[in-house]
Structures are given as C-alpha cells and as structure tokens.
Design a binder for this molecule. Structure first.
Ligand SMILES: NC(=O)C1=CN([C@@H]2O[C@H](COP(=O)(O)OP(=O)(O)OC[C@H]3O[C@@H](n4cnc5c(N)ncnc54)[C@H](O)[C@@H]3O)[C@@H](O)[C@H]2O)[C@@H](O)CC1
Ligand SMILES: Nc1ncnc2c1ncn2[C@@H]1O[C@H](COP(=O)(O)OP(=O)(O)O)[C@@H](O)[C@H]1O
Ligand SMILES: [K+]
Length: 556
C-alpha cells in the first residue's frame, strides 16, 4: 500500500527530517530538482541524449525553489534555459532564495510577463514550478494564462512541447483534487475555466503521492505521475502493512505495491490482495467460505440481484442463495444454476430462508424502493452472530436499500453495525448525507467527507466513482483510483455497481475473511482488474466471468 500524505502531513515529515539534523532543506530541494530531471529523462529518453530548450516557470515559494534547481541542472547538461519568476526574489523563502541566487550567477530570472513568456523562443519542455502544496487560493489570472493548455499554441509545432509539473500542475489542490476558482470565474460548461486547463504531460511528485493526484481532477491534470524519492524516510512501512486495517490518520492508496517497494507485484503469491482473499487454503468445506444471501426484486426486476449473486459466488462465497418474492421464483429459476434460489414475501420470515449459517447479506440491487426493502434491511441488520463465525453476518447495502432510507437516514444509522457497509454512488450518497455531498462539491476532500459519513453512520462507507473512497468510523481511509495506468472507463456501464456489491459481500461473507474495510478494498481492486482484463465492450455481466482469470493471475 502507498500512503497518501496531505500537505500538512508532508510538511510535518519534512520538518521532522530537517530537525533530526540528518538532512537540510537545501538538500531536499536539490534532490527534488534532480528527481524531476531524472524523471524527465526517463520518460522521454530522447531528451536525455542531446541538449534542448526549457522554459522554467518559478513561483514565489519552495515549488519555485525546485524550479531554480531544475533550471541549473538542465543548464549543466548544456540546455538553453529561460527562467521566469512569478513574485519577488527578495520574498522567496530561504532555500528557494538560495537556489535563485545560485541560478542568477550564470543565468537570468526574468520577471513574470505573459506576453514576453509566450512570445519567447519555442521551448521543448515547459517546467511548471509555480505552485505546489502551498497553493492557498485560485491561480492568479496571469499565471493561469501562461499555464493554460492552449498557451502552447503560441509556438509552432506546439504539440511536441512537453509540460512537466513539479509536485502538481499549479492550481491543483493536492489535498482534494479540486481547482479552487474565484467565485465569479465559473465558465460556461463547454469551456474549461482558467486554471482547470493546466494539463501536464508528466507530473513528478516527491516521497509519496498526495490524495489530490488521484481525486477528482487530479488524474486529468497530472496525466502521468512519477514519484521521486528524496530520501525522506517515513514510518509508512509499519503503518501500511498489507491486509491490516488502514491507519486512522493517513489515507492509503489501494494497490498491491507495498509503499512503493520495487519487486513486489500482484503476481507474487502471498502479497496483497491474494493475502487477504479467504479462498487460499485446501481441505476446506463450502461453509468455511460462508453462505451469502442476495435479495432480488420482483418480476422482471431480478437482473441486478442475479448479477450481484453471481459476483458473490465467483468472488469466493461458499454458497450463494438468491431470495426473491415468490412471484418471481419462476423467472429466476430459469436463469440460475450454481446460485440457489428461495422465495420470500414477508420480511419477518427471514429466518425461514436464512439459517444460522448465513454469514452475509447483500441488499439493494434491483430491490425496489419502499417499506418492504426497509423491512428486509432491518431484518438483515438485526441478525446476530451465527454458529460458524463469531462476528455478525456482513451486510452490504447498495442502491435501493440506501434510497429506501432517503427520508430518514437516522433510522438506518441507528441499526447498522460494524459489519455493515454502505456502497452508494454519488446520487445515493447525497440522499443519505445531503450536507456532506454539498461539502464534497465545495472545497472539502472526498476522503474527509466520506470519513465523516462513516463516523455519522457508524459503519463502513464506500463512495463509488473512478476515485472510490472507503472509510470506517475509526477514520481509516482507503482510496482506490481507476486512473493513470489503471483507468477503466468501461466500468461506466449499467450494473457495474451491482456486481461490486456482490463481490464485496462474497469476499466478506467468509468466516475467515479480513476486516470489512480490507475485504472491500480488495473487492474494489478486483472489480477494476476484471474491467481492465476484459477491456472495451465490457458489460456488467462480463465482470464476474472475468474474475477467475484475474484470480489465476494472482497465482491463487
Ligand atoms: N515539503 C517538502 O517536503 C518538500 C517540498 N518541496 C517543494 O516545496 C513545495 C511547497 O513549497 P511551499 O510550501 O513554499 O509552497 P508553494 O511553493 O507551493 O507556494 C507557496 C507560495 O505561494 C503563495 N501562494 C499560494 N497560492 C497562491 C495564489 N493562488 N496566488 C499567489 N500566490 C499564492 C504563498 O503565499 C507562498 O508564497 C512543494 O510543492 C515542493 O515542490 C521540495 O523542495 C522537496 C521537499
Ligand atoms: N469511469 C469510470 N472509471 C472507473 N470506474 C467507474 C467509472 N464509472 C463507474 N465506475 C465504477 O462502476 C461502478 C458503477 O456503479 P453504480 O454507479 O452503482 O452503477 P449501477 O447502479 O449501474 O450498477 C462503480 O463501482 C464505479 O466505481
Ligand atoms: K507546480
């Protein structure tokens, strides 16, 4: 797992390293600049071979300081380097000032001037070192004009000009992935507002990625992400131990890498996520992997429940039973084989179809909004620990199971327990947590907002999206990003969420399953892995069928 550090956490780590006396701020800045130059040369080997021309845009803080280091290192390689400074040299913080002064011994640092910058010699590379984690307000217009994606069009052959962002494309808030805008700056939908259109070709960040690289606009603006090691040692190894519940303060990125350690890949047995999947030992009985009950809707509405059930079975539940209104039995019987089937009309008779060995419930997909669904949810939540698991049955609540409580979320929150997970998409989230949904549209980090939701609800909450955030009431937060080399646009297809609910339930229903948040994290990762393995043309039904291939690749 990779820790995602907020701006404050990164600053604290940097200060601690400097205070320990093992490193100076200047050394860190030098390594940061070197890291950017190395990443640039790795990414575009042709730039490493011969000297080129760079336009280095420096800002008024330490991000600008990194820019001056980069300017010097490129000049040392024989490059022609034009440097512009936004702000006053006298006001630069000490380390940035020192690197500015070192640069002007041999080069020039021009005062920021939009026309002068855009009419200057054509650069091969633009280095955006204007603002990093210190951005506190919207980009000034004169900076936005230069960094705008279209500004490159002032030069000929502009499509071959590369833009490298230092720490982040300036304007992007690395805590939340938003681009702060002046209140009157909302542009028409057809045209990205200034600042949102600062799109890099490569973004080089330091030590570890930040939440904003993966949330909201982060992937779109950063485009490719490289992480440069600047020799800061964190305690992430201990905190991010694979398969354990996440740290309550630091969010982690859901991925197989163990804090970026090279050589550990998903393909090695024993590593995450294989290590947290229940089905990995021989000699077990089907009940050792749990009995999952998935509820389906009435006549003609069973598809979503059937897909969730199939996903639960493929994900590893020992047995899966689909429970539907009796009138829909025939329809479902014609479609199911390995998934078992029972009819239930009266929610109060849940015990007739779900004995003590049931270890998981999945409710919501296609279930219909209303009092029957509410009653089923309440009946499932009321179940106590069964005979094979000391824990209560896991309850996955999705779609209609959530919407059925839209006018009274407090009733739901009063009944959920620690083995409950709510899996809303943004619309369902807004129905249960209207104020928090508003906050995420504002300036708050999606991670913090979902943390608040889990604390309020008293159970695990998973907010779906290309950036999926999973939190528990203790504050642990995992961010799964279907971005960069794990983008999965094919998942934007009807029913993909139903399959996810089934996969989570199927993984978590096993008596030997990991902590619920950990099981959910693995399910989200596998869900995207299935989409990526299948590729274009994917429909939701393909996802469970792709799972065996994905699991085989994990050497299970
Ligand atoms: N923290 C660390 O561990 C390291 C930080 N480094 C670099 O230092 C950067 C952070 O430096 P700083 O904290 O100085 O922050 P920045 O350089 O990102 O920006 C801070 C400066 O910009 C001003 N500012 C912020 N938003 C503005 C706006 N919209 N309009 C005009 N001025 C604005 C602030 O008043 C301040 O002067 C990182 O992003 C990274 O590039 C690296 O040198 C390596 C180590
Ligand atoms: N562009 C995308 N990239 C990656 N994942 C996506 C994308 N769009 C949707 N998803 C994922 O697909 C699923 C869609 O779920 P949901 O919105 O509940 O749809 P449905 O109700 O049709 O099943 C979620 O897991 C979500 O994270
Ligand atoms: K920057």
């Amino acid at each position: 797992m990779t820790e995602l550090l907020t701006a404050n956490q990164m600053r604290a780590l940097e200060s601690a390293a400097i205070e320990s006396g093992k490193v100076t701020g200047l050394e860190l800045m030098e390594r940061a600049g070197q890291g950017v130059v190395d990443a640039l040369c790795n990414n575009w080997p042709e730039l490493a071979e011969t000297a080129h021309r760079a336009l280095v845009l420096c800002g008024p803080g330490n991000n600008g300081g990194d820019g001056f280091v980069i300017a010097r290192l490129l000049a040392d390689r024989g490059w022609q380097v034009d440097v512009f400074l936004y702000g006053k040299a006298e006001k630069l913080p000490p380390d940035a000032r020192a690197n500015h002064d070192r640069w002007i011994e041999t080069g020039e640092a021009h005062q920021w001037d939009v026309d002068l910058i855009l009419s200057g010699a054509r650069p091969d590379v633009i280095v955006d070192a204007v603002f990093g984690i210190g951005l506190t307000r919207p980009l000034p217009g004169e900076v936005a004009r230069v960094l705008d994606h279209h500004a490159r069009e002032s030069w000929k052959n502009w499509m071959r000009i590369r833009k490298v962002a230092v720490d982040c494309p300036s304007g992007l808030n690395l805590d939340n992935g938003h681009v702060p805008l002046e209140p009157d700056m909302e542009a028409p939908a057809s045209e990205p507002p200034p600042g949102r259109s600062n799109i890099a070709d490569l973004t080089v960040t330091f030590h570890t990625p930040k939440p904003g690289h993966y949330l909201e606009l982060g992937p779109l603006m950063s485009r490719h992400l490289a992480v440069a090691d600047i020799g800061l040692r964190g305690d992430a190894m201990e905190r991010g131990i694979i398969g354990l519940p996440a740290d309550p303060e630091r969010a982690r990125l859901t991925e197989p890498k163990h804090f970026g350690a090279a050589g550990l890949t998903a393909l090695e047995p024993g590593t995450w996520p294989s290590s947290v999947l229940p089905k990995r030992r021989g000699g077990a009985h089907k009940y050792d992997f749990g009995h999952l009950i998935v509820f389906a809707g009435g006549v003609g509405r069973g598809g979503a429940g059937r897909m969730a059930a199939r996903a639960g079975l493929r994900a590893g539940a020992g047995l899966v039973t689909l429970v539907c209104p009796k009138a829909a039995l025939m329809e479902n019987a014609m479609q199911l084989n390995a998934v078992m089937l029972r009819g239930l009309d009266d929610p109060n008779l849940l015990g007739e179809v779900a004995d003590d060995r049931v270890s998981g419930f999945c409710l919501g997909p296609g279930l219909g909004v209303g009092t029957r669904t509410r009653a089923l949810v309440q009946a499932a939540l009321a179940r106590k620990a069964g005979e094979r698991d000391w824990r209560r049955p896991v309850v996955v609540l999705d779609a209609d199971a959530l919407t059925s409580f839209a006018d009274d979320p407090e009733t739901l929150f009063a009944e959920v327990h620690e083995r409950t997970i709510l899996t809303p998409h943004e619309g369902e989230f807004a129905r249960l947590f209207p104020d928090l949904a508003e906050a995420v549209r504002g300036a708050k980090s999606k991670i913090d907002v979902v943390r608040e939701a889990a604390a309020r609800a008293g159970c695990v909450v998973l907010l779906k999206g290309a950036d999926t955030v999973i939190t528990n009431p203790e504050g642990a937060a995992c961010l799964h990003a279907a971005a960069y080399d794990r983008a999965a646009p094919w998942l934007a297809t009807a029913g993909a969420g139903d399959v996810l609910a089934g996969m989570i339930a199927g993984l978590a229903a096993s008596p030997v399953s990991a902590d619920l948040i950990v099981a959910a994290e693995a399910a989200v990762w596998l869900h995207v892995e299935c989409a990526r393995s299948f590729g274009p043309g994917l429909i939701a039904e393909d996802l469970p069928e792709e799972l065996p291939k994905v699991l085989r690749a994990l050497s299970l």
